[in-house]
Design a protein around this ligand. Structure first.
Ligand SMILES: Cc1cc2nc3c(=O)[nH]c(=O)nc-3n(C[C@H](O)[C@H](O)[C@H](O)COP(=O)(O)OP(=O)(O)OC[C@H]3O[C@@H](n4cnc5c(N)ncnc54)[C@H](O)[C@@H]3O)c2cc1C
Length: 391
């Protein structure tokens, strides 16, 4: 096992430098334009794919880089920090680690068919769990798969399926047994890799606050036929397979929030040095400087727990407390930094031209999805502190 070590790591620095190099061709103006036009950043995505970055955490036997969550989180932090923020990260986020259940529990044939194409960037994939009446409490999903010979037929509705129009496939959680017929409410759910671009699937984009270059959608499934060979693992165990991916997902999201915070502080300090009001740069006022210093320290503290969480995960140690804390603290620190950046810019902070309003809109998302701050607090209260569960 590697020891946790804070001396500069040349491999990690090489990842930062390589990602910064790719991102340098996609400045803030590019992201502002894509966001305003609601256009997927195809050329950015292709540049990352060409550099081999999309497959960074996919095992080498499937054509990936074979790196850990530590390296993947550094990559996503740098993408966000370049000013790409969530528009950049969400373009690739799910391809980085989202197909892990297919690798772990899918048939070897399915893994061999799908993973190299995801790692190369050729195949876009989505993730369909949330439903109109089942978000935080996943057990309440009602999208149903009914077995019919060698196939299943899937009917139901999902919401917020990100990138749905661009994805050939979606990792979909459905009920194979209704909740009333299961011993435990977490039983009876199954995971499938389904085709999204099928006439039985209807995709409608949701109008939202930000991250508008990457669409999230309502997706209706009306008797979609899926071969049984596309079921991931055992029938009824889908929820357990998803739990495996929660900690790495939280770590990666935390790194994205950290990156937005870094981008915000960079913009705010530059502006505070150059904007002159009452005959002096506004950064001379402690009312402007102190919140930025505070935001910087909060980001550094969040980064430390991200590093602990990813180190634990990559070394096979228990990491749920650190991963949850990383997500919570980085989401708070990232939004605080974005909010202070907006305040530093005064009225211009509210104008699109200065980009901090885009960071602010995107940083806000991290407090809600993929898991809300409240659910992290629930986890820490009940699982770490041993307090009674509220639900
Ligand atoms: C931009 C965006 C992209 C997304 N992408 C995807 C995707 O690709 N695939 C996908 O499946 N989902 C996706 N989601 C969905 C996201 O994971 C859910 O929004 C999130 O899990 C919360 O679920 P909900 O919105 O239904 O909130 P609800 O479950 O309705 O909760 C509402 C509020 O109540 C709080 N709450 C509920 N119960 C408790 C409790 N016991 N204690 C304290 N507070 C509680 C919650 O924290 C939340 O603040 C996305 C969401 C957004 C906004």
């Amino acid at each position: 096992m590697d020891r946790m070590d804070f001396t500069p790591n040349p491999d990690h620095q090489a990842i930062r430098d390589g990602v910064r190099q790719v991102c340098s061709d996609f400045p803030d103006e590019y992201w502002a334009e894509k966001d305003a036009a609601h256009e997927f950043p195809w050329d950015f995505y292709q540049a990352l794919a060409d550099g081999g970055w999309v497959g960074i955490a996919t095992p080498q036997e499937f054509g990936g880089g074979g790196q850990g969550i530590t390296e993947a989180s550094i990559m996503l932090e740098e993408i966000a920090a370049s000013g790409a923020a969530m528009n950049g990260c969400s373009a690739v986020h799910l391809s980085i680690f989202g197909m892990e259940p297919v690798r772990k529990y899918g048939t070897p044939a399915l893994a061999a068919e799908v993973l190299p194409r995801v790692a190369s960037g050729e195949l876009h994939v989505a993730f369909g769990v949330t439903e109109p009446d089942a978000g935080t409490d996943t057990t309440q999903i009602t999208t149903r798969a009914i077995r019919d010979g060698d196939e299943y037929e899937i009917t139901g509705a999902k919401v917020w399926t990100t990138k749905a129009p661009h994805c050939a496939m979606c990792l979909l959680l459905v009920r194979t047994t209704p909740i009333e017929e299961t011993a435990s409410r977490t039983d009876g759910m199954s995971l499938f890799l389904v085709d999204l671009q099928d006439p039985a699937v209807d995709i409608t984009p949701i109008s939202k606050v930000g991250r508008n270059a990457v669409v999230s959608c309502e997706v209706r499934y009306d008797r979609l036929r899926v071969p049984a060979s596309r079921r991931i693992g055992e029938e009824g165990k889908g929820f357990t397979y998803l739990l495996d991916g929660l900690n790495p997902e939280r770590i990666l999201i935390a790194a994205e929030a950290l990156g937005i915070g870094r981008a915000s502080i960079a913009k705010a300090t530059a502006y505070a040095n150059e904007r002159v009001v009452f005959g002096r740069p506004i950064g001379k006022n402690q009312g402007i400087a102190f919140p930025l210093a505070d935001a910087h320290m909060k980001l550094n503290a969040a980064e430390l727990i991200i590093r602990e969480a990813s180190w634990r995960y990559d070394n096979g140690l228990a990491c749920a407390e650190a991963a949850n804390a990383a997500k919570y603290l980085a989401a708070e620190a990232g939004f605080f930094a974005a909010d202070q950046a907006m305040q530093t810019h005064g009225g211009f902070g509210y104008a699109s031209e200065y980009h901090v309003e885009r960071y602010w809109r995107e940083a806000r998302l991290m407090k809600i999805a993929p898991v809300s701050q409240e659910m992290v607090l629930n986890f820490i209260s009940s699982k770490v502190l041993g307090l009674p569960r509220s639900y």
